[in-house]
Design a protein around this ligand. Structure first.
Ligand SMILES: Cc1cc2nc3c(=O)[nH]c(=O)nc-3n(C[C@H](O)[C@H](O)[C@H](O)COP(=O)(O)O)c2cc1C
Length: 315
């Protein structure tokens, strides 16, 4: 699949980004059926066997949708390519066997992963928070760079989205995917205007019927504004955005420096189960729709956005 072939299969240029403990088959399938690229992290299943089963389930449900005359979007997975993840090889082998259309890598570049995915015609996207890492990933041959900017949910960056999108565009002619605070279809259109090909949306999809987030977590997102998000290394050792109310519930204030070494093992899983992450995009979220309805709304808002661009036509 080429990047253009991927874009041609979407109803709106957006990806529901992979979220630890939050995304699973229901969210992925409903997202894809809504014309948005759905994804999940391999580590959301506790074992590689479980990951394999989820892939089979997603493929079967999307095949059934196709048989019923629908044209679901492709799906993707997130592979944490960090030394602390002992499952990289096993999960990659499973992804290759299933020919997963899009593989999103985080926390390191491994050329053999890119080669393996390209070997069956899949696409590799890589997320970055700095220009230096973006250049390295571009040189390694990824098909898409995800610019994770200030205010994003999860491990966010600090860069301004206008500047970072343009910085990447200047040396990279693959897909540029913008992340950070994008919660509606007008904002997806704004990402395109800024030079990105796709928007990457996490926080918005936590507050859906199909996300695996705790009901209290979803409610906390509805009540939060930008002042309720704390950027802190206290949970992971690297900075990420968390809901202030959830930090407080766990007796934390975000002022601690967190563990010395980042480790995507049991400790991290427990921390993210108790302390809930979300980005500045919470401020735009007021409801808990079914994912199908959210996707339909994104499509309508995206189409409506063109009208907003008109300005003093007669001048
Ligand atoms: C709860 C949560 C968990 C996340 N887990 C992961 C993950 O496992 N892998 C990953 O690549 N990104 C992860 N992210 C980051 C998102 O994929 C994405 O970069 C971010 O949510 C985009 O910003 P937004 O939330 O403002 O839309 C996570 C984000 C959140 C909110």
């Amino acid at each position: 699949m080429t990047p253009d072939e991927l874009l041609a299969q979407l109803k709106v240029p957006a990806i529901a980004s992979p979220m630890f403990l939050v995304s699973g088959p229901d969210l992925v399938v409903e997202t894809c059926r809504g014309g948005v690229l759905g994804t999940f992290p391999t580590l959301n299943q506790r074992t590689s066997e479980g990951f394999d089963q989820w892939l089979t389930e997603i493929e079967e449900r999307l095949a059934a949708a196709r048989q019923a005359g629908e044209r679901p979007a492709p799906f993707g997975i997130n592979l944490i390519v960090h030394a602390s993840n002992p499952r990289v090889e096993a999960d990659l082998e499973i992804a290759v066997r299933h020919q997963v259309p899009v593989v999103i890598t985080s926390l390191g570049i491994r050329p053999e992963v890119i080669e393996a995915v390209h070997g069956y015609g899949g696409l590799v996207f890589h997320d970055v928070v700095q220009g230096r890492h973006a250049r390295k990933a571009a040189e390694a041959g990824v098909d898409g760079l995800i610019a994770v900017c200030a205010g994003a949910g999860g491990h966010a960056g600090t860069l301004n989205p206008f500047a970072f999108t343009d910085e990447i565009r200047r040396f990279f002619d693959g897909l540029v995917i913008l992340a950070g605070g994008i919660s509606d279809g007008h904002q997806v259109a704004a990402a395109r205007m800024m030079g990105a090909d796709l928007a990457y949306m996490g926080t918005r999809f936590i507050a859906t019927a199909e996300s695996r987030a705790d009901p209290d977590y979803k409610r906390m997102i509805l009540e939060a504004g930008t002042a309720d998000i704390v950027y802190t290394p206290e949970i992971s050792g690297v900075p990420a955005n968390f809901l202030k109310a959830s930090l407080e519930r766990n007796g934390l204030d975000g002022a601690g420096k967190g563990p010395d070494a980042f480790d995507f093992g049991e400790r991290e899983a427990k921390a993210w189960r108790d302390v809930w992450s979300a980005g500045h995009g919470v401020t735009s979220i007021d409801d808990l729709p079914a994912t199908a309805d959210l996707c339909a709304r994104l499509v309508a808002e995206y189409r409506d956005a063109a009208g907003r661009l008109r300005f003093n036509d007669a001048a």
